[in-house]
Design a binder for this molecule. Structure first.
Ligand SMILES: COc1nc(N)nc2c1ncn2[C@H]1C[C@H](O)[C@@H](COP(=O)(O)OP(=O)(O)OP(=O)(O)O)O1
Length: 172
C-alpha cells in the first residue's frame, strides 16, 4: 500500500486533485469595516474567519455563500463579488475547495447564533493572528478587489507550503 505524501504544492497532481469537501467564505466589507465571525463549531472552531460552510446538494457556490451567512449571522449579503478559489490539502489526507466572495452591503442585523459570533474589524486591524495562517496571504487581495487562485498545504493548523496567483481586478 502506498500513502500519499503532501509536503509541498508541487508534490500534488492538481489536474487530478479532487477535494473531499466544497465550501465557501463570504466577507462583508462596509463603511471601512469587515464582518468576521468567531467560529463556534466545525473545521476551524475557535478561530476568527469569514462566515461560510459546505455546499448543500444542488447549490451553486454563491447560493451556498449567501445561505451560510444567513444561517450563521442572520443577515443577507448584497452586491456580491466572486474573488476566486483556495484549494487546501491537509497532510492527514483531508482536503477542501473553498470559493471566496465579498459583499459591500447586507440586510439585517448581525446576530450571534449556535454557529458563530459576529465581529466587526477596522480594515487595518484584521486579527490575522487568530485566523487560519493562509488568510494573511489572500485576504489583503479581497480588500483590494482582486481575483486570485491559491493552493495550500496544511499540517493541522500549520501551513506547510502555498502558491498564490493574483488574477487581477474583479470583473465589472
Ligand atoms: C485551512 O485554511 C482555511 N482557511 C480559511 N480561511 N478558511 C478555511 C480553511 N479551511 C476551511 N476553511 C473554511 C471554509 C468553510 O467556510 C469552513 C468549513 O466549513 P464547515 O465545516 O464550517 O461547514 P458547515 O457546512 O458550516 O459545517 P457543518 O458540516 O457543521 O454543517 O472553513
Amino acid at each position: 500500500m502506498t500513502t500519499a505524501l503532501f509536503d509541498s504544492v508541487s508534490s500534488i497532481d492538481w489536474s487530478n486533485w479532487k477535494a473531499k469537501d466544497i465550501a465557501t467564505l463570504m466577507f462583508i466589507i462596509k463603511d471601512g469595516k469587515i464582518l468576521l465571525i468567531r467560529k463556534k463549531r466545525g473545521l476551524g472552531a475557535g478561530k476568527i474567519n469569514g462566515p461560510g460552510g459546505k455546499l448543500d446538494p444542488g447549490e451553486t457556490p454563491e447560493q451556498c455563500a449567501v445561505r451560510e451567512v444567513q444561517e450563521e449571522l442572520l443577515v443577507t449579503p448584497e452586491n456580491i463579488s466572486y474573488h476566486g478559489i483556495s484549494l487546501f490539502q491537509f497532510t492527514d489526507g483531508y482536503s477542501i475547495h473553498v470559493y471566496i466572495f465579498s459583499a459591500t452591503d447586507f440586510k439585517g442585523t448581525p446576530t450571534e447564533t449556535d454557529e458563530a459570533i459576529p465581529l466587526w474589524f477596522e480594515l487595518d486591524r484584521i486579527p490575522y493572528q487568530e485566523m487560519w495562517e493562509d488568510d494573511g496571504i489572500w485576504l489583503p487581495l479581497v480588500l483590494k478587489g482582486q481575483r486570485f487562485h491559491g493552493k495550500y498545504i496544511f499540517d493541522g493548523d500549520s501551513m506547510v507550503d502555498h502558491e498564490l496567483v493574483n488574477l487581477g481586478p474583479l470583473k465589472k
